[in-house]
Design a protein around this ligand. Structure first.
Ligand code: SIN
Length: 321
């Protein structure tokens, strides 16, 4: 089967499947990664699954310096997902390089370092701190889209020029750059084109959606961030994420995409890849079942095998006809 051809109906006879994919210049053993913010900064998930078996572990976004994050409570479950207002808590990149990256390396993980900042200079410092990092770090994911800073009002991912400026500054890492974007804007295609022009090898689509939960008994927002609300993730946002991947792939077919948002099983990953993603990330589902990313990895290969798809990469963009 060639790229973008239609898989056959499921059969009992499986075919051998090549699970390897590429995201720009980065080769991954398979298409399934953890999503930033859902598996800690280090090897926290390692007690539940073999981190080395995943395509990559994408660590929680870090700044060069330590950052305290937002007041509790920071999580609120909702039907089909959850809201978070963690606010990017972390101990800083120096701590990570010394104390947490070695554990990931020891676990055999391929690592993507996610970074954030409030200003372009913050990103530049964070990227610079990653220069020369252990070769287990294969890419830097530039988080332009966290809704939990300044109430989500000034997201770099909502402005093509500001997003491009950040991505350019992150060249200081000397690593392939993936720009993590937002579906809270109708300009996502424009932003994707702009960050690609600025040097991003790929875009990660999508971060959480701006949301709020109110406690009717207190007549007040549930999360500690109060009127700033939080970011909605989980199955509730899956169709939004698939649509965003579909639209960006349709407009920019040469731009590699990492799809993320509400994937809970192999079918969700297949959908995302058929929409145009090269690889996927699994996040919120890991809070309920920490082995989900690995289950999606094996399930995706099984799905391909029983549908006559000899390489996961062949599924990319199938749904565009
Ligand atoms: C957070 O720490 O607030 C979540 C990070 C994100 O949504 O990018």
């Amino acid at each position: 089967m060639g790229r973008s051809s239609t898989p056959r109906a499921a059969g009992t006879e499986g075919v051998a499947v090549d699970p390897a994919v590429r995201v720009g210049s980065v080769s991954l053993s398979n298409a399934v990664m953890t999503a930033s913010g859902t598996s800690g900064h280090g090897d926290e998930l390692g007690r539940y699954l073999d981190l080395g078996a995943l395509g990559a572990v994408v660590v929680k976004s870090m700044m060069a310096e330590p950052w305290p994050g937002n007041p509790a409570p920071r999580l609120a479950p909702v039907p089909a997902g959850m809201l978070n207002s963690v606010g990017l808590q972390g101990d800083g990149i120096g701590h990570w390089l010394d104390r947490e990256l070695p554990d990931l390396r020891a676990a055999g993980a391929t690592v993507v370092a996610s970074i954030w900042g409030r200003h372009v200079q913050d990103y530049e410092r964070a990227a610079g701190a990653l220069q020369g990092a252990d070769p287990a770090v294969v890419a830097v994911e530039v988080n332009l889209s966290c809704p939990n800073l300044d109430g989500g009002k000034h997201l770099f991912a909502h402005d093509p020029r500001a997003a491009a400026e950040v991505v350019e500054a992150c060249g200081a890492a000397g690593l392939p750059r993936w720009a993590k974007l937002s579906a809270n804007t109708d300009r996502v295609v424009e932003v994707a084109a702009s960050v690609a022009e600025a040097g991003a090898e790929a875009v990660t689509l999508v971060n959480t959606l701006l949301g709020m939960v109110i406690d009717p008994d207190r007549a007040a927002p549930v999360l500690g961030s109060g009127p700033a609300g939080g970011g909605l993730s989980g199955p509730a946002i899956h169709p939004v994420a698939v649509r965003t991947v579909f639209d960006v792939h349709a407009a920019l077919p040469g731009l590699p995409i990492v799809g993320v948002g509400g994937i809970v099983d192999a079918r969700g990953a297949v959908e995302m890849i058929m929409a145009g993603a090269d690889a996927v990330q699994v996040g919120t589902a890991s809070f309920a079942e920490p082995r989900t990313a690995d289950m999606v990895r094996t399930g995706l290969e099984h799905w391909c095998s029983t549908h006559g798809v000899r390489a996961v990469a062949e599924l990319k963009g199938c749904a565009h006809g």
